[in-house]
Every structure is written in structure tokens, then in C-alpha cells.
Design a protein around this ligand. Structure first.
Ligand SMILES: O=C(O)C[C@H](O)C(=O)O
Ligand code: SF4
Length: 517
């Protein structure tokens, strides 16, 4: 088993940096379906560019490299203790080399272990089988989409679709509702794995396991296969679209599995996965641990049909049909400049910007900030960073995180420090919208998961505060050039997120009548 650790390392790098072929194909299909020049089409072309960049740079597709979850099938007698040790070593190495973000955090103290290893992480499941090879699969499912998982206990009364009973039609309603409630916060267009039955734990486990199926496979259970087809056809009618911007494509895949349950329980568990659907697998020789074959089609075999222009040029070039407006802003930004902006405008930012996410927002409620934030931009982002031999930091991956988590604090923090713009993804709620109006602020939606694309715009790391919170939570001071994002909440009370949520709820109501009798 001399090569086992190296093979697992390769599996991690491939999973984090090269989106598999089956996933790429459906993203390409989605691009064809979306009307050119819309916000959704714009997002998809940025996503496609980002996939190409990650493969080329051998760097994380998304900065959130997720909960490392390994499922390993081994021949009878294989030494799982040694394998576990080697998996952990491979994880540490991949983290050190910037292929994974430091993502394992003490739940009570918030301390980051720094190497992705800690109680409960990484997740490793072993299973014995009769074959004489090892099958090692890995999924990297990020926190934002994990937060959009949902579990239903039937019967239930669900918003929009009404009563969901203990039958196939009840399951249908749960899934439609699950897609609706995710909106754009889980970086849709997404994939869902559904587990029917089990208890609360095994139901979710089954749901996550469905994400290991091939995108194009057909469910051998005819009833479930029909339901999967129904969901694929109809979930896209909700009009939520990529990033929740509205559009034709909301869901890219739906896989449903079933296991037995207790008479009293009827759970429908839904695992929501973002477009950055990172899972791969390898078949290994049980003697040497060397890779015999890859289980999912390699990313490099499916081209992403590079957009004509790439990066910022693509956003700017395609911006005109979206709103007709593209605004370049140099920080610090004035209130008057912010009041000019309207939902739909594309904003390109140059100058300083600062990252701030969960720890930052809570802390700043009753502390001073180490830097002057008047007229500044806060970026909801936990980047992947690497220090070079000269001790200088570099941004390796830096897409936005889900902004709604900062809803309790955001408005007050903006007013307290004079912040003019926040950048994130998925939108924010009524409290922030009111504060934007009162104070003169704007919410900019960046394309979730486009971590390579945005890293390229973050030219220089000027400094960092709060390193004791760990790399993702620290406050990074970044010099940026050509950072493009879309105004989705303005200072005039308009919110694209509120609009899409409202219109998709109306559409969801159209799915109330029974379909599967
Ligand atoms: O933690 C992150 O960087 C992002 C997270 O996966 C999210 O979607 O909010
Ligand atoms: S930021 Fe978006 S793409 Fe990245 S892990 Fe979170 S949900 Fe997925």
C-alpha cells in the first residue's frame, strides 16, 4: 500500500480543482438554455470561466472546500487503521498546499485546527466488500449549500404546496418546496440528493449518498425515476435561476433513494449541492494502493466552451443588455455615488476592500475596527490564502459566502463604521434593506463559487487583522482591480431577492394539485 496516501492526495486535488465531466455537461446545457444577456447567463459564463481557471491553476474551484467526506470500500482484511492515518496525512498535505481551505473549526471556541483535521473531520466511512479492489470516493460539499439541506417529517403542511401526505405525491411536494426554500443561497443552479425513509440520521445520509450517483444515470426504481424526471422538468419552472437571479435553470440534477423506516416516522431528507458539485472517486489496487481508474468522467475531457471574453471583460461586455449600466467605483465611495445605483447595475470596484464574515460582524457590534471603514467595501468572504517564502500572503481562491448569516448585524455595522457597500451572495433580508435605504448603502451580489475568477481581481494583500480567528474568518485588507458584481439590493428599497422569492412562491403554488395518485 505504498501508494495509497499519494492516490488519496491526488483524489483530493482532482476533486477540489477539476469539476467532473458529467457535472460540466449539465452546466454547458444550462448555458444553452439561458437567454443570452440575462443575469443568469452572465453568472453561468462566469461559472464556466471559473471552472476553466481552477483546472488550469490546479486551485480550488470554490474557496469553501467543504466537509471532506470519504466513502471507502475495501476488500476483506484490508487494514483500515493504516488507511485512515494515510488519508489524514493526505488531507494535511492538500491543506498545506492550498488545495483545501483550512475548514475544521472547534464548534465551541471557533479555533481553526489549521489542517482540516479535528474531532469529526474529515468524515471517513469504511465498508467491506467482496471485490479485491479498493473504491475510494470523496465529496466536498460546502457550508452554504449544506445550510440549505432540509428534512421533512410527513405529513406536513408546506408553504406554497399545502398538505404533503405520506405518499409519492407528498415526497414530490417536499422536493419542490426544498428547491424553492434554497433560493439562490446555496449557489444554484444546484443538484439535490433525496433520501426517503430511515431515521433523521440515516435519511440525511441516504440523501448525501445520492450525490455520488452519476448525473446521467437512471433510477432502477421506476416510481422514483418518474419522480426524478418530474422534478427536473418542473423545478425549473420556479424561475429562481442561477444565483437566485431569476432564469430558466434552477436545478441541474435530482436523485432520489429510498430505505425502510419506522411505522411512526416518514422523513424526506434533502441534501442540496451547489453547482460546484465536487465529487470524484478512484478504484485502487489493494496491494499497492495505486490508481487503476477514475470513477467519474474527468473534467479535462469536457470543454467548458470558453466564453468569448473572460473574467471582468465578459461581465462588462455582457452587462449592457442586462441593465444598460456599468459603473466603475474607486474606494472610498461616497453616499452620492451609492444613491445613483439601481438593482441590475453592474458595479466594478477598484481600490481597497476588506473581508468580514461571521466572527467579524459579531465582534464589531461592540468593538472598534482596526482600520477606517468610512466609504469602504466589506466582502463576505473566507478566502484560501498562502504565504510565500518572503512571508507575503497571496489569494488562492476567494468567492463570496452566504450573506444572510450576517442579517442580524449588517445594518448596524454599516451605519456604525460608514461602510457603503457589502459584497456577498444570496442576498439579505428586510432589516438590511431598510438600513441600506436609511444610510445610503448597497448590496452587491458576486457569483457564488467563482473563487478563481475573483482571486484574480484581488491583486495584493495589504494586511490582515484577527488572524486568531483563523484564515477564513480573519479580516483581510485587499487591493482590488476590476472586481465586478451586480447590484441586487439598492438604497431605494429595491431587492431582486425579495422579488424572486415572491414570484417563485407564486409559481410554487401552481404545484399544489396532486400529480402522483
Ligand atoms: O464558507 C464559504 O466560503 C462559503 C460557503 O460555502 C457559503 O456558501 O456560504
Ligand atoms: S460558496 Fe457556493 S459554490 Fe462554494 S461551497 Fe458555498 S454554496 Fe458551494
Amino acid at each position: 500500500m505504498q501508494q495509497f496516501q499519494e492516490s488519496i492526495y491526488q483524489l483530493i486535488v482532482e476533486t477540489s480543482t477539476n469539476l467532473p465531466g458529467d457535472v460540466r455537461k449539465v452546466i454547458n446545457q444550462a448555458r444553452v438554455l439561458e437567454d443570452q444577456g440575462t443575469r443568469a447567463a452572465l453568472s453561468l459564463s462566469t461559472i464556466a470561466d471559473n471552472i476553466i481557471m481552477a483546472e488550469h491553476n490546479v486551485s480550488p474551484i470554490c474557496q469553501d472546500t467543504g466537509m471532506l467526506t470519504f466513502i471507502i470500500h475495501v476488500p476483506v482484511g484490508a487494514n483500515q487503521i493504516i488507511m485512515k492515518k494515510q488519508i489524514i496525512e493526505a488531507v494535511k498535505q492538500a491543506t498545506k498546499e492550498g488545495k483545501l481551505r483550512e475548514n475544521s473549526v472547534d464548534s465551541l471556541t471557533g479555533a481553526n485546527s489549521g489542517d482540516n483535521v479535528g474531532p469529526g473531520t474529515p468524515v471517513i466511512h469504511f465498508e467491506q466488500w467482496e471485490k479485491d479492489t479498493i473504491d475510494a470516493r470523496l465529496i466536498l460539499k460546502g457550508g452554504g449549500c449544506e445550510n440549505k439541506n432540509i428534512q421533512y417529517s410527513l405529513p406536513a403542511e408546506l408553504e406554497g404546496v399545502g398538505k404533503a401526505g405520506r405518499d409519492l405525491d407528498g415526497i414530490r411536494k417536499c422536493i419542490m418546496h426544498a428547491v424553492y426554500q434554497a433560493q439562490g443561497q446555496g449557489c444554484g443552479a444546484g443538484f439535490i440528493g433525496v433520501g426517503v425513509g430511515g431515521d433523521r440520521t440515516t435519511g440525511y445520509e441516504l440523501a448525501k449518498h445520492q450525490l455520488f450517483r452519476h448525473v446521467e444515470d437512471i433510477n432502477p426504481n421506476v416510481e422514483l425515476s418518474n419522480l426524478e424526471d418530474y422534478i427536473m422538468e418542473n423545478a425549473n419552472k420556479l424561475g429562481i435561476g442561477t444565483m437566485g437571479f431569476g432564469g430558466q435553470v434552477t436545478l441541474l440534477g435530482c436523485k432520489i433513494g429510498v430505505i425502510n423506516r419506522l411505522p411512526a416516522s416518514y422523513f424526506v431528507s434533502v441534501a442540496y449541492n451547489c453547482w460546484a458539485y465536487r465529487r470524484q472517486g478512484v478504484v485502487l489496487d489493494a496491494e499497492s494502493g495505486s490508481i487503476q481508474e477514475w470513477i467519474y468522467q474527468g473534467g479535462s475531457e469536457v470543454s467548458m466552451e470558453e466564453a468569448g471574453a473572460s473574467g471582468v471583460e465578459a461581465i462588462v461586455a455582457e452587462a449592457a443588455p442586462v441593465t444598460g449600466r456599468e459603473v466603475i467605483l474607486q474606494t472610498p465611495i461616497t453616499e452620492a455615488q451609492i444613491r445613483e445605483l439601481r438593482v441590475g447595475d453592474v458595479v466594478v470596484i477598484n481600490g481597497m476592500m476588506h473581508t468580514g464574515r461571521d466572527a467579524f460582524h459579531k465582534y464589531m457590534m461592540d468593538h472598534d475596527c482596526p482600520v477606517d471603514l468610512n466609504g469602504s467595501v466589506i466582502y463576505h468572504c473566507g478566502p484560501v490564502m498562502m504565504k510565500d517564502d518572503q512571508g507575503e500572503w497571496h489569494v488562492k481562491a476567494a468567492g463570496p459566502t452566504t450573506s444572510i448569516r450576517e442579517e442580524p448585524y449588517q445594518g448596524e455595522i454599516m451605519k456604525k463604521f460608514g461602510i457603503r457597500a457589502v459584497i456577498g451572495k444570496g442576498g439579505m433580508g428586510a432589516k438590511t434593506l431598510a438600513a441600506l435605504q436609511e444610510h445610503g448603502g448597497v448590496y452587491l451580489n458576486a457569483i457564488g463559487g467563482a473563487a478563481q475568477y475573483y482571486a484574480k481581481c484581488l491583486k495584493k494583500v495589504e494586511g490582515v487583522d484577527f488572524m486568531e480567528w483563523g484564515i477564513p474568518e480573519a479580516m483581510w485588507h485587499l487591493q482590488t482591480e476590476g472586481f465586478a458584481a451586480i447590484v441586487t439590493m439598492d438604497s431605494h428599497g429595491n431587492s431582486l431577492h425579495a422579488e424572486v422569492e415572491k414570484s417563485s412562491l407564486e409559481k410554487l403554488k401552481g404545484f399544489k394539485e396532486p400529480v402522483f395518485k
